[in-house]
Design a protein around this ligand. Structure first.
Ligand code: FAD
Ligand code: FES
Ligand code: FES
Length: 465
């Protein structure tokens, strides 16, 4: 049973763990301010805040309630638009009205949730950060100009740099943005009982739920679900970076270690899902859903990562490149889970590149994606790993191309030859994301893009004309 706080109210009734929060809010609680639109995590209309008390600080983040099963909200403070409303409009709501950021109003409650999350989390007042924070909120009416004006005004009105994270809730209460009851939430959360967590290996395993619950909420509501509760962790041990499978994509993006290893992760990973989805979606779920265009699968294939798989009675390790058998078929037993993903951290700097081409640059899945990591010894490749997605039934490690390049001196002729070998390894299909011919061209161009980024002293774009 999940127990949590919804706005000011304690929720303790027995609920189906598989019912999504959106349905609970609208149908059971009649809190219809949270909107229902795509039910796929794409539009942001259903955003609510999810708060957890971690290390003495309340952390609130926006979540897509259409994809969040009740079983995952135990011990949290869930805030719907009704939980922000007071007797009159709060200052942020007033700015939205004044700046013409509202027309039909359908997107407004989700937008307000995203802006409130920005005010709760951003280190300083920045229009760029504010716009990033609402990038998952679609608005059909305003053309976004009014929303941008409102964000500018909000940034001018509230100086976040003067407020430390631990004081942020108190400051927002002081500014009249959050109602006063938020002050008591930490004590009330602490009084909730621990969740009784039964891991049933015959049940459907749910990590973040962002893949399982897309358009399937009704079917899953009454099924036997088990919630994977392993904590998130990223650590280095004996030159191995070990990442627990439950680590969320945004946690990976924010990880200091990953940023030191691969500074572009901050920008590159903005191309993966929207912020609310990245904050919910786990790496293990991204790999296990076995999508041929899964961005994390491709990224970790290019790090030549290994999976630790465990069942109640067994433990084994498996190279990620051997995990995908055929379309959506994995080397994973029915009672096994991915417990962690690990890759070797060399003493020498690793050069890493990630590229993704989609119909839309942001908030879209890939037509073709690719990642590469390499290490040099003098003017030769010491090691190179290349992965591509969207050009085969599985996320593909380019085995022949990597073997061809390993230990060879870098020349433009060598790279040209490698491009030809890569073409023999892929088997793209024509579909809604592009023709097979187009995808072949993309693979060529993405490999060149990696080399131009990673080997600027060795090659230039003229070499590939
Ligand atoms: C709006 C939207 C946009 C998206 N955009 C992108 C994108 O740009 N790029 C991209 O790559 N992906 C994208 N995705 C997919 C998203 O990354 C995946 O849905 C997510 O990573 C899955 O993780 P989860 O924790 O939510 O998995 P869940 O939905 O909980 O589970 C997914 C599957 O994995 C299994 N599973 C989960 N954890 C484990 C484990 N530890 N061991 C074994 N099996 C496990 C589950 O049983 C289930 O079969 C998008 C999804 C949405 C909804
Ligand atoms: S209803 Fe569109 S994101 Fe949830
Ligand atoms: S105001 Fe109508 S969808 Fe945004």
């Amino acid at each position: 049973m999940a127990e949590f706080l919804l706005n000011e109210q304690s929720i303790t009734q027995g609920l189906s763990a598989g019912m999504v929060l959106l349905d609970f809010l609208r149908t059971e609680q009649k809190l219809t301010g949270t909107r229902e639109a795509c039910r796929e995590g794409d539009c942001g209309a259903c955003l609510v805040l999810s708060g957890q008390f971690i290390n003495g600080i309340m952390h609130y983040q926006p979540v897509n309630s259409c994809l969040l099963p009740i079983g995952l909200v135990h011990g949290r403070h869930i805030v719907s638009i009704e939980g922000l409303n007071g007797s009159q409009l709060n200052p942020v709501q007033q700015i939205l009205v004044q700046q013409g950021a509202i027309q039909c109003g359908f997107c407004t409650s989700g937008l307000l949730m995203a802006i409130t999350a920005y005010l709760l989390n951003a280190p300083n007042s920045s229009r760029v950060l504010a716009q990033d924070a609402v990038s998952a909120n679609l608005c059909r009416c305003t053309g976004y100009a009014g929303i941008k004006r409102a964000l500018k005004k909000i940034c001018q009105s509230f100086d976040l740099s003067q407020s430390r994270p631990a004081e942020r809730v108190a400051n927002l209460i002081q500014w009249g943005i959050l109602p006063a009851y938020f002050a008591d939430i930490p004590q009330r959360l602490a009084a909730l009982p621990e969740q009784v967590c039964l891991t049933e290996h015959t049940a459907i395993q749910v990590a973040g739920g962002t893949d399982l619950f897309v358009q399937q909420a009704e079917q899953l509501a009454w099924q036997n679900l088990s919630f994977i509760k392993q904590p998130e962790s990223i650590f280095i041990e004996q030159q191995q970076c070990i990442i627990s499978a439950t680590t969320r994509i945004e946690t990976l993006r924010q990880s200091e270690y990953m940023q030191a290893l691969y500074p572009q992760i901050v920008d590159d990973f903005k191309l993966i899902c929207s912020l609310p989805i990245r904050q919910q979606a786990s790496i293990g779920g991204n790999i296990a859903n076995a999508s041929p265009i899964g961005d994390l699968s491709v990224f970790f294939l290019a790090l030549d990562a290994e999976l630790a798989l465990c069942s109640p009675t067994t433990k084994r390790k498996l190279a990620l490149r051997n995990f995908f058998n055929s379309y959506k078929q994995l080397d994973l037993q029915a009672d096994e889970l991915i417990s962690n993903i690990c890759f070797h951290c060399p003493e020498q700097p690793l050069r890493i590149s990630f590229e993704k081409v989609s119909k839309r640059t942001h908030l879209d899945i890939a037509s073709v994606n690719s990642a590469m990591s390499l290490m040099l010894h003098e003017t030769s490749f010491k090691q190179i790993h290349i992965a591509v997605g969207g050009v085969a039934a599985i996320p593909l490690y380019l085995e022949k191309t990597c073997a061809f390049l390993a230990d060879k001196k870098i020349t433009s002729l060598l790279l040209q030859q490698a491009l030809d070998i890569a073409q023999t390894e892929i088997s793209p299909l024509s579909d809604i994301r592009g023709s097979a011919k187009y995808k072949r061209l993309l693979v060529r161009q993405l490999l060149i893009a990696h080399w131009l980024k990673l080997l600027p002293d060795y090659v230039s774009w003229e070499d590939f004309l």
